[in-house]
Write a protein that binds this ligand. Structure first.
Ligand code: ATP
Ligand code: MG
Length: 431
């Protein structure tokens, strides 16, 4: 009799009568009469195993096994429509690799408790399903950029000047000498690198001291950023919509089971195909006013306004032409309309809102210095960034995609903390 090690997904595909050995963790255990039903979990799924009384000494082991114990089980595959996956394993050998202490997570666990115990909650089927989707999203981002001729680059996390405004900077003690910050975005470094590689991207964390509690802000989030030489706003919008459509397509291809487990409405994702609608900021303000929402032209749009706008669209949509004061200093002013910038955000539908911010950057040295001063900043702090405009400056544009927000939307989650294994927020840095 020979047993082969198989994953649970593989075991569930074996014909009746096959011998198999699976290993994993105890997901559930029940005793019915003279049988112990032990459901085993591995990274690929769950499978019911059945240990009969009297047959072997293994019954006692199975009877007393605790949730999350690591086990290795050998047996024969048997069809059973009542079992998850339609098959079970009739056990001939039940080996305990490591017996678990009483597992602290029960069905009545509160949300807060699950966050305190996140290092164990990551084993749950819900988290596992989300992580698999997240994995596809990261892969798809790398594949997309690779296919489009972008070079992947890596930028520093310690920086000396704000990219996105001082309010959300994290200060770090750097040998007690200098003021150093954690980066809010890798954009400025990507801008430097376009003069070497022309089309670049990076996938890295960004840090923001977000003081307000929202469902869509982390203090440490994963950022996919791209920058391209010779590109204007519209060139970038095309890249953005293609990228998002590609990510969604890959998830639909590779994560059907996970989306089903998460009860995600697939039809909403199937419609995510270019072109995405484009409305101007000014049109967005008019739309909001018609909906009875109090907004004034010139203000940035918050989560509430964005949510209201998403009701008007079935797929992701762009809002372009934000007012000069509503966006960071580096955005190029629209030569046709000096009140607005050549910027655009991409909003995800179904209430989710902004997942991408981007646009064309200021390429002219004097315009940049003027803008830095207008924003009350000190040009001395941006010396190397200004330098880039002195030596062969060209038109360029780029964007930043919030990956955790993208996962949140694709999985249909109601809070961003579930989109990342170990979330960092204003209140939480443990575990
Ligand atoms: P918001 O207005 O929602 O705070 P932002 O305008 O500050 O977003 P950008 O600076 O344009 O965002 O950053 C690019 C993208 O990074 C955003 O579209 C979003 O997807 C993501 N992002 C920004 N801040 C956070 C955060 N604190 N947590 C998670 N994702 C974020
Ligand atoms: Mg922000």
């Amino acid at each position: 009799m020979s047993f082969t090690n198989v994953s649970i997904r593989e075991a569930l595909q074996l014909p009746e009568g096959s011998k198999a050995r699976i290993r994993g963790w105890v997901y559930r255990r029940r005793i019915y009469g003279d049988k112990a039903f032990v459901v085993v979990r591995d990274s690929t799924g769950i499978m019911q195993t059945v240990v009969a009384k009297g047959s072997t000494i293994d019954f006692e082991k199975a009877e007393n096994i605790t949730i999350e114990s690591a086990i290795e089980v050998e047996g024969t595959v048997k069809n059973d429509p009542r079992a998850p996956g339609g098959k079970e394993l009739r056990v001939t050998s039940f080996k305990i690799i490591s017996k678990a202490e009483p597992f602290p997570i029960t069905a009545s666990a509160s949300r807060e408790f699950l966050l305190d115990i996140r290092h164990l909650w990551v084993r749950s089927r819900k988290m596992t399903a989300i992580f698999k989707v997240r994995n596809t999203v990261f892969r798809a981002i790398h594949d997309y950029f690779k296919n489009k001729g972008y070079y992947e680059v890596q930028c520093p996390m310690f920086i000396t000047a704000a990219v996105e405004g001082g309010a959300t900077l994290f200060e770090v003690d750097y040998f007690g000498e200098k003021k150093v910050y954690l980066t809010q975005s890798s954009q400025f470094y990507l801008e430097a690198l376009i003069y070497s590689l022309e089309k670049v991207y990076t996938v890295a964390p960004s840090f923001r001291a977000e003081k307000s509690r929202t469902r869509r802000h982390l203090t440490e989030f994963w950022h996919a950023e791209a920058e391209a030489a010779w590109a204007g706003l519209n060139d970038m919008l095309k890249v953005e919509e293609e990228l998002i459509a590609y990510i969604v397509e890959r998830v639909l291809e590779e994560n059907q089971q996970e989306l089903e487990f998460l009860k995600r409405d697939i039809s909403a994702l199937e419609g995510v195909k270019p072109p995405f609608p484009r409305i101007s900021y000014t049109e967005a303000i008019e739309m909001l006013k018609r909906k009875g929402i109090k907004v004034e032209w010139g203000e940035d749009l918050g989560a509430d306004e964005e949510r209201a706008l998403t009701q008007e669209f079935e797929k992701p949509f762009f809002i372009y032409g934000y007012p000069v004061k509503a966006k960071a200093f580096y955005h190029k002013t629209d030569p046709q309309n000096p009140k607005v910038t050549l910027s655009a955000d991409l909003l995800a539908p179904e209430g989710y809102g902004e997942i991408i911010g981007g646009g064309e950057r200021i390429a002219d040295k004097n315009e940049l210095i003027r803008k830095i001063k207008d924003f009350g900043l000190n040009p001395d702090d941006y010396q190397w960034y200004i330098d880039l405009r002195k030596y062969g400056s060209v038109q360029h544009a780029g964007f930043g995609l919030g990956i955790d927000r993208t996962v949140m939307w694709i999985c249909g989650l109601d809070h961003i903390i579930d989109a990342i294994p170990f979330p960092r927020t204003i209140r939480r840095i443990y575990p």
